[in-house]
Design a protein around this ligand. Structure first.
Ligand code: ATP
Ligand code: MG
Length: 268
């Protein structure tokens, strides 16, 4: 069953100035079904249109054409209480953990913000609930009163994940959530996301250019090239085995892990 469906999405950004023509399309002819409970990965190189598509799925960038159906409702037609409920079920974690938070707020205040917006938890239970969320992401009650500058990038990304979980959403868009982290933290966050997906019965849209991360977390891989979905794989094994051009191109662009196995290919 699909939790989110995109039907014939196209998107162009408007140039600045009222009478400026639209830019060349950034996305074209995109129809996708995101199955419930899966990690659906959008894999592609920089500039392919991944974040644009993610923002369209989140309801924050109205597509030039096409429809987005989330939990059976048209996301860009929904209004009032229905829209508020849909937004609650749809959360996001961005790449840049520091700019995603207000530097003047403590971890507790950062996580409390969505709770207050939705009046999710009684005032008396709030601190205990936030502490529980911090523990779920590998932090503790000691972190409640700390400010963003007192956390490492990996810890701050955990706070962003806790905030995304606070409203118990059904779907989280992860837009390059590990790209700013070192390799050890990348793996730790991938493992954390994997565990949370099971514990909270989440669906993910995982946006990445990182094939290794895609292979670790994905159930389904869709390759986005220059604004169109060119190939889709329903298992990581199928993606790894594929000799089709987009998958092959991405896989052969990877550096071999061991420096002695690396070869320098001359540029055309
Ligand atoms: N707000 C915007 N206004 C105008 N053009 C934009 C805007 N956001 C993105 N673009 C353009 O749309 C294209 C796709 O950008 P997008 O950010 O969606 O790619 P991406 O695949 O997420 O890249 P990256 O991996 O570098 O994050 C790019 O050419 C970009 O310059
Ligand atoms: Mg992006």
């Amino acid at each position: 069953m699909a939790i989110l469906t995109l039907t014939d999405i196209a998107h162009s950004y408007q140039k600045k100035g009222l009478f400026q023509p639209k830019q060349a399309p950034v996305l074209e002819h995109i129809s996708l079904n995101i199955p419930v409970g899966q990690c659906f990965t959008l894999l592609g190189v920089s500039g392919a249109g991944k974040s644009t598509l993610g923002n369209i799925m989140l309801g924050i960038e109205r597509p030039t054409r096409g429809t987005v159906t989330f939990l059976g409702q048209n996301l860009y037609e929904a209004k009032g209480a229905t829209l508020k409920q849909l937004r609650r079920e749809l959360q996001v974690v961005f790449q840049d953990s520091l700019s995603a938070v207000d530097p003047r707020m403590t971890a507790e205040q950062i996580i409390a913000e969505p709770l207050d917006n939705y009046q999710m938890v009684a005032q008396a239970d709030k601190r205990a609930y936030i502490t529980e969320l911090l523990e779920q992401v590998g932090l503790s009650a000691d972190d409640l009163t700390k400010y963003p500058r007192q956390f490492s990038g990996g810890q701050l990304q955990r706070i962003n994940i806790a905030r995304a979980l606070a409203l118990k959403p059904k779907l989280i868009v992860l837009d390059e959530p590990i790209s700013s982290l070192d390799m050890v933290n990348q793996r730790l966050i991938i493992d954390l996301l994997q565990r949370l997906k099971e514990d909270f019965q989440l669906t993910y849209v995982f946006i990445t250019h990182d094939i290794k991360a895609a292979c670790l977390l994905s159930d389904h891989i869709a390759i986005l090239e220059a604004g169109t979905i060119t190939e889709q794989y329903t298992t990581v094994a199928d993606f790894i085995a594929s000799t089709k051009s987009a998958a092959h191109h991405l896989k052969t662009s990877l550096l071999a892990e061991h420096p002695m196995k690396r070869t320098i290919r001359s540029l055309p």
